[in-house]
Design a protein around this ligand. Structure first.
Ligand SMILES: Cc1cc2nc3c(=O)[nH]c(=O)nc-3n(C[C@H](O)[C@H](O)[C@H](O)COP(=O)(O)O)c2cc1C
Length: 355
């Protein structure tokens, strides 16, 4: 029997290309009177609320402006590179159910919120385009809001690790010049020079070199985006070694899994796409455990850096819980796409609690 439960239309059209979505910022609902936020502070900037959007969903200044108006106050612009990079072909985002070892394509989101597999290939517009557009984004956000720009280094065919470090640094410098209030350094990507599969944040000397080089080139705070850790010990050691060069940490962006369709075939076509980033509701237990671990470690006095929580925050309760535990901000990505009024409900919940 056919289920009549409608598939919710995402702000980002999953059936359209990245370029199409770049040119078609969603017509988001207009809110006449946004409930006031609970306030907050990040890197000395006063915030209306500590709720925001993580790297990716805000493709350009129009997307930033739309979500800023809906009460998201920590806005992360894209992820940008020093070169233009097209997105991988469609489909590149699919609803999934995250199972024990693999993720399996689902026809519609589960009742507890969407979980999706993302295989976009970290696209970027060319620097001339995004540098101008970051400036526009900064002009379009309000007081009580901050703009973070997410940057990613691009390895060159004839380059080495030093060239990659320099590439991260120039992207970060351009982002800061264009008006970013903070720069997020995306380290949760494969280390192209490691002899065995390793993410950059797991190669601590390289991650530290990148952060050091970025930090010496910009005067705004630098955030390190880290991925999931294999053990609490690895998390502690990495955070402690990177803390001297970072103003804060953003974690946990997602879990990499093999993604299969209903018939057991690869869900994304093309080599190198067998595994994809699983994000959204189902990842909350894994992501929040690591955020809490990071907060415990900070409380122990190892260092005093901002912790921006991300990963599976698909309900107001989840966001509030992580903030109560001490996170400096709660960032959403999947929920922003399927539930753009999330920030309004977050603010309403607070207004109700205060009343
Ligand atoms: C459509 C989409 C695009 C994304 N693009 C990026 C990206 O360009 N750079 C990045 O660092 N993370 C990207 N992410 C990951 C998010 O920043 C976030 O870390 C992840 O989705 C987990 O949060 P969530 O569970 O609230 O979705 C993307 C996520 C989604 C859903």
């Amino acid at each position: 029997m056919r289920s009549d439960r409608a598939i919710p239309q995402a702000a980002y059209r999953l059936d359209r290309s990245y370029v199409w979505n770049y040119g078609h910022a969603p017509a988001l609902p207009r809110i006449r009177r946004l409930p006031s936020g609970p306030g907050g502070r990040l890197f000395g900037h006063p915030l209306d609320s500590p709720l925001g959007i993580s790297a990716g969903p805000l493709l350009n200044s129009r997307w930033v402006e739309g979500y800023a108006r809906l009460g998201f106050d920590v806005l992360t612009y894209a992820t940008v590179r020093s070169v233009s990079r097209p997105a991988l072909p469609l489909p590149n985002i699919r609803h999934v159910e995250n199972q024990e070892r693999v993720a399996v394509v689902a026809r519609r989101p589960a009742a507890n919120g969407a979980t999706v597999a993302v295989s976009l290939g970290e696209p970027s517009m060319e620097p001339d385009v995004w540098r101008r557009d970051v400036r526009r984004a900064k002009e379009r956000i309000g007081r009580g809001q901050v703009l973070i720009v997410s940057v990613l280094g691009t390895p060159r065919p004839d380059g080495d690790a030093d060239a990659l470090v320099a590439d991260y640094a120039s992207c970060a410098a351009w982002a800061a010049e264009s008006g970013a209030d903070a720069v997020e350094v995306h380290l949760a990507v494969a280390d192209p020079y490691a002899p065995q599969p390793l993410m950059i944040y797991e190669n601590v000397p390289l991650a530290a070199q990148i952060l050091y080089s970025v930090r010496t080139g910009v005067s705004v705070p630098v955030l390190a985006r880290l991925g999931p850790f294999r053990s609490p010990r690895q998390l502690h050691e990495t955070a402690t070694k990177l803390a001297p060069w970072a103003g804060g940490f953003v974690l946990v962006p997602g879990v990499r899994r093999q993604v299969l369709d209903e018939r057991g075939n690869a869900a994304f076509e093309g080599t190198g796409r067998e595994r994809a980033e699983i994000v959204g509701a189902d990842t909350f237990p894994i992501a929040s455990r690591q955020v809490l671990e990071m907060l415990v470690w900070r409380r122990a006095g190892a260092w005093d850096r901002a912790v921006l929580a991300v990963g599976g925050i698909t309900s107001v309760e989840r966001a509030q819980w992580l903030l109560r535990e001490g996170a400096d901000a709660a960032l959403v990505a999947t929920a922003a796409l399927f539930d753009p009024l999330f920030a309004v409900r977050f603010r309403q919940a607070r207004a109700t609690a205060v009343a």
